[in-house]
Design a protein around this ligand. Structure first.
Ligand code: GUN
Ligand code: ZN
Length: 448
């Protein structure tokens, strides 16, 4: 196998990856897998200047390669896919993943807020950002939509580190002006001003995007929610991310806090915080009216199954959210540190179990769509990332389909590609990620 001589900033020659390829041309939940899933058993993906330039059967593409193209052949036991997209994750919670014994509201007070207080130290924030991005790449995640802490410099360090890697990434400073400890609160005005300054500094710089980030209605006053809505109106091409209806206790608490609002979503909607490019984390306990409004407004839900199981929050009903009468954009989130794995394969395995608890099976093809093109669509980025086609940004993950002895053994029994894929999302983890490419450059390679 020829390895490309490529480090960040130095690649000059086109690069072609060869191996089985999986990608999607549309939404299989809407149009069926037959019409949207592309599986090329011996494919070739060519990249140059950060973009995909060609994709097709290796026999055809190889015959037309530009002179001087480097070729990496990953072999038949690999799978080349668009890089995974994580729609909801908290980088500052990396140090507190696997915190024992509490459900959401108590978990926030006991573990989350004390951890996030440490991010007052910029050096600490940077060290965690580095670990976080390393884990993303080790798991084939090439785009994330990230919550930082209340400290503006937590956003700066994450964007600086992501920029150095050439990553496409969305992130924002958490807005939180009540029900949080001293040292973790901003004010409606300071949160607005700090976020506006971060938007001016980072939004649209290279591959970076700003996400206006009121943590959730429980930690923002009506004044702060209104300020966040005004900020989003002024910067409509930013994302907006928050949490909604994650646990029943939280829903009851928000109802008490906002008695004049019709339901949880109405708290956000009333303040101008519902629409295209809004990403609502969880949404397990939403009512039909709320789902209807999410559909009508073009907002998305980030489904975070490992988190939901870990905190005992519930099992998100994907089929209900995707009801063809009012389908909602749904992406997938790890929700580290309530989530228990950076692995998107493990997260898909959990999504399957959440679906089963609601009486539905989630096919592997549909699941892989969710973690790539579906999540890109939730972020309104499906024209740039999430699939393999000429013109798309060249973010790719290469899976090893036989990454453990058990998976190797199980793969020998698999009758078809669907079964092989399902084995990966049920048994696979970071060990299955052989290589990750960011903007056409090798950004992670598994130690052999
Ligand atoms: N709701 C408000 N903040 C958080 C958080 O940090 N994690 C999760 N899972 N839910 C939240
Ligand atoms: Zn979260």
């Amino acid at each position: 196998m020829t390895m490309p001589a490529s480090t960040h900033g130095q690649q000059s020659r086109p690069l072609a990856l060869r191996g089985p390829v999986l990608t999607f041309t549309g939404d299989p939940f809407r149009d069926g897998l037959e019409r949207t899933m592309v599986h090329e058993p011996d494919g070739m993906v060519v990249m140059a200047d950060g973009r995909i330039t060609r994709f097709g059967p290796a026999g055809q593409v190889a015959a037309e390669l530009p002179a001087g193209t480097d070729i990496v052949d990953y072999g038949k036991d690999s799978l080349i896919s668009a890089g995974f997209v994580d729609c909801h994750v908290h980088f500052p919670q990396t140090p507190m993943i696997a915190a024992y014994g509490a459900q959401l509201l108590e978990w926030l007070e006991t573990y989350t807020f004390p951890t996030e207080l440490k991010f007052a130290d910029r050096g600490y924030a940077r060290s965690v950002a580095r670990v976080f991005l390393r884990e993303c790449l080790r798991n084939g995640v090439t785009t994330s939509c990230v919550y930082c802490t209340v400290h503006p410099h937590s956003v700066d360090v994450l964007f600086e580190e992501a920029e150095a890697l050439g990553l496409r990434l969305a992130a924002g400073k958490v807005l939180m002006d009540c029900n949080a400890p001293d040292g973790l609160r901003d004010t409606a005005q300071s949160g607005y001003d700090d976020s506006a300054a971060l938007i001016a500094r980072w939004h649209g710089r290279g591959r970076l995007l700003y996400a206006i980030t009121p943590r959730f209605a429980g930690t923002s006053s009506p004044e702060q929610l209104a300020a966040a809505g005004a900020l989003w109106r002024a910067h409509g091409d930013c994302l907006m991310q928050t949490h909604i209806a994650e646990t029943r206790a939280e829903v009851a608490w928000i109802r008490e806090q906002f008695p004049d609002r019709r339901h949880y979503l109405d708290v956000y909607d009333h303040h101008g915080l519902c629409g295209r490019r809004a990403v609502f984390g969880h949404g397990i306990w939403l009512e039909d009216d709320e789902l209807q409004r999410l559909h009508g407004s073009g907002a998305a839900i980030a489904h975070c199954p490992t988190s939901n199981f870990f905190l005992g929050s519930g099992a998100f009903d994907l089929t209900r959210a995707l009801d063809p009468a009012r389908p909602i954009r749904v992406g997938l989130g790890t929700d580290i540190g309530a989530g228990t794995s950076f692995s998107i394969l493990a997260t898909l395995g959990a999504a399957y179990k959440a679906a089963q608890l609601n009486g539905h099976a989630l096919s592997a093809g549909h699941a892989y769509y969710l973690s790539t093109r579906g999540s890109a669509r939730a972020l309104y980025l499906e024209d740039r990332i999430g699939s393999i086609a000429p013109g798309m940004e060249a973010d790719l993950v290469v899976l090893d389909m036989r990454s453990t002895p058990l998976i190797d053994f199980r793969m020998n029994q698999a009758r078809d590609f669907a079964e092989q894929l399902f084995v990966q999302m049920t048994l696979g983890d970071d060990r299955a990620v052989r290589a990750t490419y960011v903007a056409g450059r090798l950004a992670h390679q598994r130690a052999s």
